[in-house]
Write a protein that binds this ligand. Structure first.
Ligand code: CDP
Ligand code: MG
Length: 408
């Protein structure tokens, strides 16, 4: 057996049958009588070896950033309370995927009322659409989103047909501006995103500013429409205006039935594949990285967020297996959370984009090529900010893997 693979799974999980006396309590009582905060979740993990979906209670102790897991079916401790620095309180919300010692857990429910009240009350999802006038400035918009304490949980570049845009804007069909609006929104690619955070609906609408860009410049000069908008129609973006609208509009772009939403914009010719890795996404670097890529003159012809599972990560990195010592850790990193995949288009891009990413090891990159993406945003050889296609002939294949196979 490969020792490296063992080491990535070398975690303090327990096989013992010890019951935890604290498991069913909402708080832990400390010696001094003070109560220690503890957040509880119901989490699912797909165990590929047994081909089973396993359920755990996941506990998070904000005081020292430790986690604990309890196996629901077998009624026993699965992971003793252990400090785990890679999990943060802001990652803990329903619907998110978190990585705990190489296991990708889906948080499916709050484990108790205390946690739901404390963490769940103000969390909202909303739909943001970046309209065709500023798709080339998507990096700037992403930076503003992240700096407003919102996170992007889904994203897809798509080009709507006239009738899709008319369906989306159905509520405005009697308005005088309807035809112009539908015409404009279907005139080029848009980027649809699910944003998540406390009061996400109103925060994103405030960030957008008034619908007319000229009014926005007068009344809300910091807003996105003031900064990047042209007029009333070319006004940068859309934001859902209520919980009900958000639910309906998110379903339009990201339907629960796979394969039924508007299609991606990948063109599968003269292209290379760039993956912004999960660690960089969770560090809030998405906007900065996309901005660097666009500012360097690369054309982003498709963009989508994916949650890659372990089997797909292994398959995608297959060529590195047994060749690159970091292969098992690369797989773990790729499936540790959402990643953003870009199709970069242009002749000779596999070579020029690879040079722009820099040496795989960020330490080396910082010495030799300090302006490259990995030098700027990478941490180590595995968490090196981005993956890029190595061989020119693999560009199309890697882009197809995500935009044809995984976006089925
Ligand atoms: O987008 P928002 O929710 O801020 O505004 P809306 O009133 O729901 O209108 C939808 C979109 O129609 C706006 O974003 C504008 O692009 C367009 N519109 C327009 O062109 N002229 C108007 N007088 C009002 C809206
Ligand atoms: Mg509206």
């Amino acid at each position: 057996m490969d020792r490296r693979q063992e080491s990535t799974l070398d975690v303090p999980f327990t096989d013992t049958n010890t019951q935890s006396p604290s498991i069913h309590l909402t708080y832990l009582t400390l010696d001094c009588g003070m109560k220690e905060d503890r957040y509880a979740f119901l989490a699912e993990w797909y165990d590929p070896t047994a081909a089973l979906l396993r359920r755990y209670q996941l506990f998070y102790y904000p005081k020292d950033g430790s986690v604990e897991m309890f196996d629901v079916k077998n009624q026993r401790i699965f992971l003793r309370r252990t400090k785990y620095e890679d999990l943060h309180q802001e990652d803990l919300f329903i619907g998110n995927r978190v990585n705990v010692f190489s296991r990708q857990l889906n948080l499916i429910e709050y484990g108790d009322q205390y946690t739901a009240n404390k963490l769940g009350s103000k969390k909202e999802r909303t739909l943001a659409v970046v309209k065709p006038d500023v798709v080339t400035k998507i990096g700037d918009v992403l930076e503003l989103i992240y700096s407003s304490n919102l996170i992007v949980t889904k994203a897809k570049m798509t080009k709507l047909t006239w009738s899709q845009a008319a369906d989306f804007y159905m509520e405005h069909q009697t308005k005088p501006f309807f035809n112009n609006l539908v015409q404009f929104v279907s005139s080029g690619p848009v980027v649809a995103m699910e944003l998540m955070g406390d009061e996400a609906i109103s925060i994103w609408r405030r960030l957008l500013g008034p619908a007319d860009s000229a009014v926005a410049r007068r009344e809300a000069p910091q807003s996105v429409r003031a900064q990047f908008g042209t007029d009333g129609i070319k006004n940068v973006g859309h934001g859902s205006d209520s919980l009900a609208a958000a639910a309906r509009e998110l379903e339009f772009f990201f339907p629960s039935k796979i394969g039924h939403g508007p299609s991606n914009t990948a063109i599968f010719t003269d292209c290379t594949c760039c993956i912004i890795k999960p660690h960089a996404i969770s560090e809030g670097l998405t906007g900065k990285i996309v901005n660097s890529i666009s500012s360097a003159g690369f054309e982003i012809s498709a963009l989508q967020m994916f949650n890659v599972d372990r089997a797909n990560a292994e398959e995608f990195y297959e060529v590195y297996k047994g060749v690159v010592t970091e292969y098992p850790s690369m797989v773990t990193e790729l499936c540790s959370g959402p990643c953003m995949v870009l199709e970069i288009h242009g002749t000779d891009t596999p070579k020029s984009f690879r040079e722009f990413c820099g040496p795989a090891d960020p330490e080396i990159a910082r010495h030799l090529r300090p302006t490259t993406l990995r030098a700027l945003y990478g941490k180590d050889k595995v968490k090196n900010a981005v993956h890029c296609t190595d061989l020119a002939e693999d560009g199309v294949l890697e882009v197809q893997y995500f935009f044809k196979i995984l976006d089925g």
